[in-house]
Design a protein around this ligand. Structure first.
Ligand code: NIG
Ligand code: FE
Length: 411
């Protein structure tokens, strides 16, 4: 079954090879073809090129005059499986409490953990699938999802089983990350070692047995998991084949990035605070730095210093961090716009960061992230626009006409 899309105004992120990641210097370039065609066969990108070389085929043909086509967004960092919401904490913060003060009163992650443990798996699945469908309609065609609101053996397994069901029922690349080390449950507040034992000796073996996770994560941060504790968790995860993918440098820089790189992390995420030493460590590593600008926006913390990192030659990925506490939004269009507006990334850099580099950060470069022969036909068709610059420029508008997943419109 072939479909030929013709007269595309701009076909973006066109790459010849299954390129893995785009470095700081190369992020300035967004390969594109003006007045292009795109040929899809059985849900896979078969061919593309300029209209002058468009093949004459007897197949379904769709005219996209005036429209821009780009690969779907790759959201390499989310927590979309959760129960209920934390809307009261949002109002508390407006009234003056900080994220930290709310957490210290038993709110924050522990509040979500309480709700999650009280909610049935089917109900969590229903709530989560609505969020997943919402973000696909907003142009996301691959997503990483974390556990971390269970913080009990049963709760963590429940979350990961929900992610497994989402993988089974939605035909986009989904990766599962085990984040048992998201916060210390109240009963372990004074006894971190015992909770880490539960993670390593009770949660991990069962997760591995049921094959429920691809990556292992920890919230490496002052007041949460120390560098030493995180190293223990990364090492334990690796024994079960889980690659580290770590929350680090959100509020403080405590040499956590170094530990992550040394342990072969596929990505280090948040990075609102980045030191010169952190940048040196990331250079020549295989670890992708991931920025989460919607989180900075929502809880009013610094933005990841993208310019400083890109000038140093580092690649950068962008993701949403969709979660009930710090980022109740999974809209990658807003992430791209905010990266341009607040982090001074160019539209080319932001689109590279939200597609090809996002794919690297969640290990799906061979399937998505660019318009490349052999990759999945997951792409966004915009409404008629003058240039892709309008995507970040018109930051509150919905410029997406259709989202195509495996060659079919997602409705
Ligand atoms: O990535 N920073 C750690 N974890 C989440 C937020 C957790 C929450 O408040 O529920 C994050 O921002
Ligand atoms: Fe997160």
């Amino acid at each position: 079954m072939q479909t030929l899309y013709t007269n595309i105004k701009e076909l973006l992120q066109v790459r010849e090879t299954l390129i893995e990641k785009v470095s700081g210097i190369d992020m300035a370039i967004l390969p594109k073809i003006d007045n292009a065609f795109l040929l899809i066969n059985n849900g896979i990108i078969e061919e593309y090129g300029s209209m002058e070389s468009c093949p004459k085929l007897n197949c379904e043909t769709i005219d996209l005059t005036g429209k821009v086509v780009l690969p779907t967004w790759v959201d390499s960092h989310t927590h979309i499986v959760y129960a209920g919401n934390r809307v009261q904490e949002f109002v508390d913060r407006i009234n003056g409490l900080s994220y930290e003060e709310i957490a210290n009163r038993g709110g924050g992650i522990l509040n979500s953990a309480k709700k999650l443990n009280e909610t049935a798996e089917d109900e969590i699945y229903e709530q989560s699938k609505q969020r997943l469908e919402e973000v696909i309609k907003q142009g996301t065609g691959a997503v990483e999802i974390k556990s971390g609101y269970g913080l009990t053996v049963e709760g963590e397994l429940k979350m990961l089983r929900v992610i497994k069901r989402l993988k089974e029922n939605y035909n986009i690349p989904i990766k599962a990350t085990f984040l048992g080390a998201h916060a210390f449950p109240t009963e372990f507040k004074e006894n971190h070692a015992d909770y880490i034992e539960v993670i390593i000796n009770e949660m991990l073996p069962q997760i591995a047995k049921e094959n429920l996770a691809d990556y292992i994560d920890a919230f490496l941060e002052t007041g949460y998991f120390s560098v030493e504790e995180t190293i223990k968790i990364m090492e334990a995860g690796k024994k079960y084949g889980l690659t580290p993918k770590i929350h680090v440098n959100q509020f403080t820089a405590i040499e956590g990035i170094k530990a992550c790189v040394q342990n072969g992390a596929i990505s280090v995420d948040h990075l609102e605070i980045v030191t010169d030493e952190d940048i040196e460590v990331l250079k020549n590593s295989d670890t992708m730095p991931v920025a989460l600008p919607s989180c900075s926006y929502f809880i009013s913390i610094p933005y990841t210093p993208a310019r400083k990192m890109i000038s140093a030659g580092l690649p950068l990925a962008l993701a949403t961090d969709y979660n009930p506490g710090t980022t109740p939004s999974g809209n990658m269009n807003f992430v791209v716009a905010t990266a341009c507006i607040k982090m001074k990334m160019t539209p080319e850099e932001a689109i590279n960061a939200a597609t090809v580099n996002g794919a690297y950060a969640m290990g799906v470069s061979n399937e998505v992230g660019s318009i490349t022969r052999g990759k999945k036909a997951n792409f966004i068709i915009t409404k008629p626009i003058v240039s892709y610059y309008q995507l970040p420029y018109e930051f509150g508008s919905n410029l997406i006409d259709k989202v195509v997943i495996n060659g079919s419109e997602f409705k």
